[in-house]
Ligand binder design. Structure first.
Ligand SMILES: Nc1ncnc2c1ncn2[C@@H]1O[C@H](COP(=O)(O)OP(=O)(O)O)[C@@H](O)[C@H]1O
Ligand SMILES: [Mg+2]
Length: 352
């Protein structure tokens, strides 16, 4: 399944280096040596390369997840994307325009109108009601009271907090507070939605509910999303594509199935070895073109997990027509390709 949607955000060879003289390492011609060698040299010379040569593109309407252990540079990278942190080198293109060339004024406008942000610690204003918090970004935009309150009420209803408009943040649970954070970030109707570990402070059960809620919202809103997490299960659950970071560097980018089936190195393989293959891999991931053959009678949606297919395989179905692959015509999924994954999973289990 190829993605033909237009690129909303492109990040090209972005570096963020902390230290006394980061500029020294990046002249106007750009760095010339190998990124790994440069990162090593920076470390040797008392600099911290928090983001190392990050390159990726995010398509309009895509959920792009950045995953990595704590300290791997995720927050620094996502802040570079909105220039809350100034990159040391590289290019960031938003709708094709270089953000690093935007003036301070243009940036403020972009952040106010085109970007929404949600953080781990909610970041609500304690002295404002829920309504006041959600309406706040619109107040900053200079919208009239009536308009901003109407919009805020709409967003509060969207996240399921109708009736709590007059409450204060401390009167809500963590999960509810983050719903307010989400409503607030959506109030301006952002084109780019950044979420930096939004559910990491919540209990596992609530986290799970919030993930479902987030996916529900995204099905309606179709935002372009950069979602940061250190939780692998969360990453694999939410991502259309994901990037895995290690010590500032993106070590692999791919769809969840690509990453579990073809990990780029031992690090990624180890990192992802507990991800259940049958759940992560979808029918569409294994589908091949029908190539003139007639479609099997039994059909399945491209986004159905292999796990969901097991009962039907057990009852003797030999092949499925895969629908909604994005390619128009249905594709073919054979029982043997599903069984091959099942066998691979079995081997992983007996090894560990
Ligand atoms: N303002 C700063 N000054 C110096 N070092 C920083 C700064 N912000 C982050 N770092 C360092 O950059 C690295 C990446 O941090 P961060 O982006 O917060 O990682 P993550 O979000 O993946 O946990 C860490 O080693 C962190 O200590
Ligand atoms: Mg972080």
């Amino acid at each position: 399944m190829s993605d033909t949607r237009p690129i909303k955000l492109a990040c090209r060879n972005v570096w963020k280096v902390y230290g006394r003289r980061p500029g020294y390492y990046f002249d106007s011609r750009g760095y010339v040596i190998d990124p790994d060698a440069l990162a090593e040299r920076l470390r040797a010379e008392a600099h911290l390369p928090a983001v190392v040569d990050a390159t990726f593109e995010v398509a309009t309407g895509e959920i792009f997840v950045i995953m990595g252990l704590s300290g791997s540079g995720k927050s620094t990278l996502v802040r570079c994307l909105s220039r809350l942190v100034e990159p040391s080198a590289g290019e960031i293109l938003f709708d094709g325009k270089d953000l690093l060339k935007a003036t301070g004024k243009e940036l403020i406008e972009l952040r106010r109108h085109a970007m929404g942000m949600v953080f781990q610690n909610f970041g609500l204003l304690p002295h404002l009601t829920i309504l006041g918090n959600v309406a706040f970004p619109l107040k900053i935009q200079g919208k009239p009271v009536k308009e901003r309150e109407a919009r805020a009420r709409e967003m509060i209803a969207l996240v399921g907090l109708e009736g709590r408009e007059g409450s204060y943040p401390h009167q809500l649970s963590g999960g509810q507070q983050q719903r307010v954070g989400i409503a607030r970030s959506l109030a301006v109707g952002p084109e780019l939605w950044f979420l930096d570990e939004p559910f990491s402070a919540l209990d596992p059960l609530i986290r799970r509910q919030m993930q479902d809620e987030f996916l529900r919202l995204q099905r309606m809103l179709r935002k372009t999303i950069i979602f940061i997490t250190h939780d692998m299960g969360e990453a694999f659950r939410l991502a259309d594509r994901l990037a895995i970071m290690r010590a500032g560097k993106i070590v692999q980018i791919g769809r969840p199935a690509e990453i579990v089936l073809n990990p780029a190195d031992d690090y990624v393989a180890q990192f992802t070895e507990d991800m259940p293959l049958l759940r992560v891999i979808k029918a569409g991931d294994l589908a091949t073109p029908l190539a003139g053959a007639s479609a099997p009678d039994q059909s399945v949606a491209a986004d159905a997990s292999l796990e969901e297919l097991i009962p039907r395989l057990a009852s003797g179905v030999g092949a499925f027509a895969v629908l909604d692959t994005g390619a128009g015509a249905p594709a073919l999924l054979t029982a043997s390709s599903v069984l091959a994954v099942l066998e691979r999973e079995q081997k992983r289990r007996t090894r560990s």
